[in-house]
Design a protein around this ligand. Sequence first.
Ligand code: A2P
Length: 282
Amino acid sequence: MKTMTLSNGVEIPAVGFGTWQTPDGRVAIDSVTTAIACGYRHIDTAACYENEVGVGAGIAQAIEGGAVSREELFVTSKVWNTERGYDKTVAAFEKTLGDLALEYLDLYLIHWPAAAHQFENWEEINLGTWRAMTELHQAGKIRAIGVSNFKPHHLRALMETDVPPMVNQIEYHPGFLQEETVSYCRESGILVEAWSPLGTGTMLTNETLQKIATGYGVSVAQLCIRFCLQNDVLPLPKSVTPERIKQNLDVFGFEISEADMQTIRQLPDFGSKGLDPDKVDF
Ligand code: A2P
């Protein structure tokens, strides 16, 4: 599995296995063990997905079965919005670790920024959450720390702390490129990860993407995943279907031409979830 390198030198497998909307229990366990058997070494979950127990059980099953060692895996989770601030974040992290049945996390993210439409002291809240994450990182319990759904104005205060974020996970796919945020992250040494790289499936019926994908003999899903990689964005495709799980990792045998990359980049915005961190009500 190819890797990308975070600003602190930690290597992160270049395609991650997304689990948003994966039900807990049997489905989570089976999809995670299938993913690991197919070669995924990077699993992305979150407390709010309510599937950490199943995801952790899948990981444990794969390790016990000898498919992989813990050290070969890269596991990410996220602190939910109700747990912001120093004390609650420390407790939320311990709960996540317990639910996943792990000794440490590879990456822990602030799921959404506290923002001005909800909190007067939003910057202070984010800094409190960040201080907890930084201390857990320095204590060796998390190998890398970062954020999710942050725009540049949310990131600025964190960039001035001792340990700036290493990752920003945002919605990213051919219909929603968030160029300002991506450029800011690139200039700041923050790796961008793509949640919903297939637009939660909405990319798959786009005719332009279908035509380009056909030209390479790949599916639109594979085209979207490869599109992320060629933009130095780390894709986190989600699937619970074995054949798709396998297919989504088979993206290293073709290269999208610069002309096709441009055509994809120039598509009008479509298929976005419309979850603006400065407007969301959760
Ligand atoms: P399923 O999980 O039932 O297999 P995203 O990663 O953008 O959030 O998209 C996830 C959605 O896309 C899920 O509905 C998933 O379905 C579907 N999906 C994932 N991979 C593929 C694929 N290779 N072909 C078609 N649909 C896919």
